[in-house]
Design a binder for this molecule. Structure first.
Ligand SMILES: NC(=O)c1ccc[n+]([C@@H]2O[C@H](COP(=O)([O-])OP(=O)(O)OC[C@H]3O[C@@H](n4cnc5c(N)ncnc54)[C@H](O)[C@@H]3O)[C@@H](O)[C@H]2O)c1
Length: 248
């Protein structure tokens, strides 16, 4: 199936590693120009260089999605240098897990800000580009944790909030040929997950409790994102696709 992504410009936040890096690679393979946008400028550059070596079109941009001025700069640059923005993937995010009685304000704010404020700022700026192009795609990377996980009050609340945001944006932008969807992955094998102290236990539990008995791969998520970004997915909006091997 031709996804119709040739010539489109995609901004992927948190594109320097893990799931975001795989999304960048998948979109580049489908012919999109990819803006690898990450707070870690070196990781963004390394990913953009790797994509270019494989024949893809990619640019690296250092951005802090929680910082309004930094986000404005990213989208201004996309307009001036890359031909605007057609696709936005709000993927930047991290966990800071602990019971609520131990959770400091900074633990709450940092997680909620990167996930929700980041998606708000980036979607607002991308929407200005979509209005010019009369076309657009937003894919928000939520998590199965939106259902609620003990020790993840900050993360679960933010990922559930991101789904509400997705639905509100789908209603606001549908008439302008812009679709907005969320992807909610289960446990995906990335460095961030491998660093967790109970990684082996998590992997074994995923094998034992998931209908497709393995931990998820970054490409399991990237291929769904590429479809949601595509032309053929144009009548799909306000939805949440769970990429959990059936665990959801
Ligand atoms: N790995 C999983 O099991 C899993 C499951 C469900 C959802 N997710 C979600 O997928 C996304 C990617 O997760 P991952 O496992 O690939 O993690 P990761 O740590 O490998 O990637 C996250 C990227 O976001 C970047 N980032 C962090 N703060 C930023 C900021 N303020 N501005 C810009 N970039 C910033 C980091 O530098 C990093 O490159 C996250 O939103 C995460 O919550 C992951």
């Amino acid at each position: 199936m031709d996804l119709g992504l040739e010539g489109k410009v995609a901004v992927v936040t948190g594109g320097g590693s893990g799931i975001g890096a795989a999304i960048c690679a998948q979109l580049a393979r489908e012919g999109a120009t990819v803006v690898v946008a990450d707070i870690n400028g070196q990781a963004a550059q390394a990913q953009a260089d790797a994509l270019a070596r494989e024949g893809g079109r990619a640019h690296a941009c250092q951005v802090d999605v929680t910082d309004e001025a930094s986000v404005l700069k990213l989208f201004e640059r996309a307009g001036a240098e890359f031909g605007g923005v057609d696709i936005l993937v709000n993927n930047a995010g991290f966990t800071r897990d602990m019971r609520i009685t131990r959770m400091g304000l900074e633990d709450w704010d940092s997680v909620v800000d990167v996930i929700l404020k980041g998606a708000f700022l980036c979607t607002r700026e991308a929407a200005r580009h979509f209005a010019e192009k009369k076309w657009g795609r937003v894919i928000n990377i939520s998590s199965r944790a939106h259902l609620g996980n003990a020790g993840q009050a900050n993360y679960s609340a933010a990922k559930a909030g991101l789904i509400g945001f997705t639905r509100a944006m789908a209603l606001e932008h549908g008439r302008h040929n812009v679709t907005v969807n969320a992807v909610a992955p289960g446990i995906i094998d990335t460095e961030a997950v491998r660093r967790l102290p109970h990684y082996e236990k998590i992997r074994e539990a995923a094998q034992a409790t998931t209908p497709i008995p393995r931990i998820g791969h970054v490409n399991d998520v990237a291929s769904v994102v590429a479809f949601l970004a595509s032309e053929p997915a144009g009548y799909l909006t306000g939805d949440v696709v769970h990429v959990t091997g059936g665990r959801y």
